[in-house]
Structure formats: C-alpha cells, structure tokens
Ligand binder design. Structure first.
Ligand SMILES: NC(=O)c1ccc[n+]([C@@H]2O[C@H](COP(=O)([O-])OP(=O)(O)OC[C@H]3O[C@@H](n4cnc5c(N)ncnc54)[C@H](O)[C@@H]3O)[C@@H](O)[C@H]2O)c1
Ligand SMILES: [Zn+2]
Ligand SMILES: [Zn+2]
Length: 368
C-alpha cells in the first residue's frame, strides 16, 4: 500500500513528508494504523546526525499509538481493531532477559532492529523498489507501520490515543525509573534532575510511590511549575551548587533516591554525589553524548551509594505499558499536562523546532 511518511533523507536537513510503499505484514508481524505519535529527542538526535549508529533514508518516529489493521500469520496476541502502543523496547516473553524480572532488555530482535530491519532481516518500507530501513523497529512518523507482534502493547480501548502515545517512550521511562528501577519506598526523599517528560514522569513515579519529599531540579522555571503540579515538594534551579543545596535539605546526608533525566554527564555526577551515604541510589536515564563519560570519585561508592542505569524505565512493555495506561485512566497519572502541542504529519519539523526552543513538554502528531 501507499502511505505518507516523514523521511530522514539527509542528516541535519528537515524531514521530508513523502509517499512510500508499505508491504503487508509477514508472519509474526502486524499492520498498525497510527492515530498519534509524540516527537521525542531521540528522533531529533538521529535526524541531526549526532547518533553514530544512525542511517538514512529511514522513516523516524517511535512514540506511536494506533489501531491494529491487519495481522500476519501466527499472530495471536493482537487482532484487528485492538488499540496499541508501539514499543521500541520489545518483549518476546521467551528470551533469558524476558524471563528474568531484573531486566526489560529483550534479546529477541535486537541486532536486526538496530540495523533497521524487521526480525527476518528485510524491510516492509520501500520507494521505487528500493528498500527503506525502519527506525527503532517502529517508524511511526507515518500513516501506517508494520511492526513485530512482540513490539506492540495492547491497551484499554477507552484510552485516548493522543495521550496514550507518550507512554511509548518518555513518560514510561520516567515512571518506570522510579517504580521499577529504583523501586522507591514510601516515606523516602527523592531528587529528580531535569523536568522534561522523563524527569516529570519520575516525579510522578515518586509521588505514586508515596515518597515523602520530592525535589525537582531544572533551570527552566516554567518546568519547575509543572513539576510542583505533579507532586514535587521542593524545586531548585540547578547549577554547580545543587549538591550542596540537597545536602542542606537532607541534614547533610543526601537523598534516598536520585534520578538523572538530562543527558548531561555533569548532572549525572551530581545525581551520584547527592545520593545518601549508606544506601542512596542514583538512577541514570539520560542519554549522554558520543564519547562522554561519567566521572565518579570511588569514595562515593565505597561509602554506600549505588548507581543504576534505566532503559525505558525497566518497563517490560507488553505487560506493563497497559498497566500504566490503566493507572492514567484511573486518574493517577495526569497526561494532559504533558501534551503541549498538536501537529499534523506535515508539521513534523515544527515539532523539532518546538523541542529545541523548549516550548512545551511534548508535541504530538495526529493523523487525520
Ligand atoms: N533511558 C531511556 O530509555 C530514555 C528514553 C527517553 C529519553 N531518554 C533521555 O532522557 C533525557 C531526558 O529526556 P527528556 O525528553 O525529558 O528531555 P528534555 O530536554 O525535555 O528535558 C531535559 C531537562 O533537563 C534540564 N536541565 C538542563 N540542565 C540542567 C541542570 N544542570 N540540572 C538540572 N536540569 C537541567 C532542561 O532544562 C530540561 O528541562 C534525554 O537525555 C533523553 O535522551 C532516555
Ligand atoms: Zn525477550
Ligand atoms: Zn523517545
């Protein structure tokens, strides 16, 4: 079929909305009609050429939500009409990682997905007979996409898809960092560095965990206001003195849990240094620049601080994204505050501009 999609043709250039061909789903694959898709940093990171593993041409987009249109042979977990959230982090439920509660890093299709192929090593996207590679296994800046069944989370049909899409990446990443990776305990003191969608998600996750104090750090005052509305009890504007300020707030000890959601290695270091002696856990969510390293004085670790990384918030997507969406439907999670702009597919580059200007938290593309 012919579909319209936003193509990355050349790094550093605007995406081009074009007509491309999409083949029917093969065994284990699903054709999804996209209804909404968030514009995330990783899309911009790849489009800019900064990602060393990036390739072109490709159809970007990974924060998608839509409706199953058709399924390939042997697909059993979703059926036409089901509402789904796309997962760049799949869950096969069979590999050694899927069977272990300690990680969400499914091994089933990693290599093919990283190279832009579906699990059988081919693409369903093409133009004039030339294959076009998929992006993050999702390619959701498009009217339709074909994805592996194991990369789709079936969600409650009553969840509005223009809100559900943010659970495909940023929001689940922040929520999961607090709920899964750190497993924040009631009554604890938490610090969240960064109040973008990931950091705000972590603030919400800390609140849902009944944390006593939630400190949010961000230079952007507007974002701190959002953080307070989501449950932050203290806010700081960030800078070299942040660790000192957190120590002051915590009787000199530091916080039980800290979360980094900025992608800045200096802030990651602050997250480690402001974690509590004895048991403080620093959870790193941000994606650092190519070649950058995290500098930690070993004494911080010997005296009991720990560091954890969190990809997609440790969320096992097919099992847990539907649960998070249910919590949103139950009123525990306020998604409205995070969807700042609605765009059409043709305006996708405007989504990047708004992101670069820090205008709003998320821009969501709606498909007509
Ligand atoms: N681990 C994952 O699976 C995953 C998934 C999605 C995004 N990410 C990464 O998470 C990070 C955050 O994503 P986002 O969408 O929320 O980004 P964002 O740019 O919207 O938010 C980052 C925030 O950090 C703030 N900031 C800048 N300097 C700061 C400082 N010194 N102290 C405190 N805050 C500071 C900025 O003002 C901004 O509000 C990015 O690095 C992104 O690539 C990771
Ligand atoms: Zn797996
Ligand atoms: Zn993302």
């Amino acid at each position: 079929m012919k579909i319209r999609a936003a193509l990355l043709e050349e790094f550093g250039q605007p995406l081009e909305v074009q007509e491309v061909d999409l083949a029917e789903p093969k065994a284990g694959e699903v054709l999804v009609r996209l209804v909404a898709c968030g514009v995330c940093h990783t899309d911009l990171y790849t489009a800019s050429g900064a990602d060393p593993s990036g390739y072109s041409p490709t159809v970007l987009g990974h924060e998608g939500a839509g409706v199953v249109e058709r399924v390939g042979e042997s697909v059993a977990s979703v059926a036409p009409g089901d509402h789904v959230v796309t997962l760049f982090s799949p869950q096969c439920r069979e590999c050694v990682h899927c069977l272990d509660p300690r990680t969400n890093l499914c091994l089933a299709i990693r290599e093919q997905q990283n190279q832009g192929f579906l699990p059988d090593g081919t693409t369903r996207l093409s133009r004039d007979g030339e294959p076009i590679r998929h992006f993050m296994g999702t390619s959701t800046f498009a009217e339709y996409t074909v994805m592996p069944e194991i990369a789709l989370a079936k969600i409650a049909p009553e969840a509005p898809l223009d809100h559900a899409c943010v659970f495909a990446c940023g929001l689940s990443t922040g929520l999961g960092a607090a709920l899964n990776t750190a497993k924040v305990e009631p009554g604890s003191t938490c610090v969240v560095f960064g109040a973008g969608l990931v950091g705000l998600g972590a603030v919400v996750g800390c609140r849902l965990s009944a944390a006593d104090r939630i400190v949010c750090v961000d230079p952007a005052e507007q974002r701190l206001e959002l953080a307070r509305a989501q449950g932050a009890t203290h806010t700081l504007t960030g800078g070299p003195e942040t660790v000192e300020q957190i120590l002051e707030l915590t009787g000199g000890f530091g916080a039980d849990y800290t979360f980094e959601a900025t992608g800045l290695v200096d802030v990651m270091r602050q997250a480690v240094e402001s974690a509590r002696m004895g048991w403080g856990l620093a959870t790193v969510c941000g994606v650092a620049g190519r070649g950058e390293t995290l500098d930690v004085v070993p004494r911080f670790l010997i005296t009991g601080r720990r560091v954890a990384g969190s990809s997609f918030g440790g969320v096992k997507g097919r099992d847990q994204v539907p649960q998070l969406v249910d919590r949103y439907l139950a009123g525990d999670i306020d998604v409205d505050a995070f969807v700042s702009h609605k765009l059409t597919l043709d305006d996708v580059n405007r989504g990047f501009e708004l992101m670069e200007a820090q205008d709003g938290i998320r821009s969501v593309i709606e498909f007509g």
